[in-house]
Design a binder for this molecule. Sequence first.
Ligand code: ATP
Ligand code: MG
Length: 243
Amino acid sequence: MLKVENLYKTFAKNKPDEKNIFNGLNFCAKAGEFITIIGGNGAGKSTLMNIIAGQTLPDKGKVYIDGSDITYTPQHKRAKAIGRVFQDPLKGTAPALTVEENLAMAMLKNSPKNLKFAIGQKISDQMKQKLSCLNLGLQDRLKSKVGLLSGGQRQALTLLMATIAEPKVLLLDEPTSALDPKSQDNILELIEKISNNSTMITLMITHNMEHATRLGTRTIMIKSGKIQMDISGSHRKNMNPNF
Ligand SMILES: Nc1ncnc2c1ncn2[C@@H]1O[C@H](COP(=O)(O)OP(=O)(O)OP(=O)(O)O)[C@@H](O)[C@H]1O
Ligand SMILES: [Mg+2]
């Protein structure tokens, strides 16, 4: 269970460019739920993910995962519980490292010192098997530098890296908006495959209403610092959000 309770956040408080983002936002997600998040530019969607991930601290309010208060837990200490994918395919991977080195880092999120030791034959086989599920031929490119991959390949690898350590929460911030339509569909399909039959909570921000209603089972809209709309199931098809 992910619970965000009575969240308040204002950037640049008492400055001319003060920006009030959250005014008592409440939100709860059950294990296994896949929720899409919509809202206008600047509504605070990414800020919500930053607060859940520990990158931004709220002014007031709490974040709980499975009942534990993680509001002030340092980012690196909650990293194992949270996987993230950003809009920019360049953000989730290390370009100068190979595919297998990137994957090993993700697998050993808590013990990067063992990186070299870790890439034995067994791990290599495990990686190949996981990569072949992406259907992009990456299982034959373990030794390729990630910087040489296409945006779509890189985003698929990021998704695999974000979920390989089986996090409790997966945060997807416009994960397909920098990709061409074919790569978008491929990544969306992978997201569905990974989240299906999993206890992981998936949150996906999107500006694409078709994606917002097709994926997951629930859609929330952030506006004026709160959740203004929270729709589940087949009702989502008829929603007409006013950003
Ligand atoms: N660290 C920060 N310092 C100051 N202002 C910030 C900071 N982070 C975000 N903001 C501002 O807070 C507002 C909300 O930003 P946020 O990125 O959460 O919006 P968003 O809903 O994700 O928008 P978009 O759809 O454009 O991605 C924006 O006006 C942004 O400029
Ligand atoms: Mg954003």
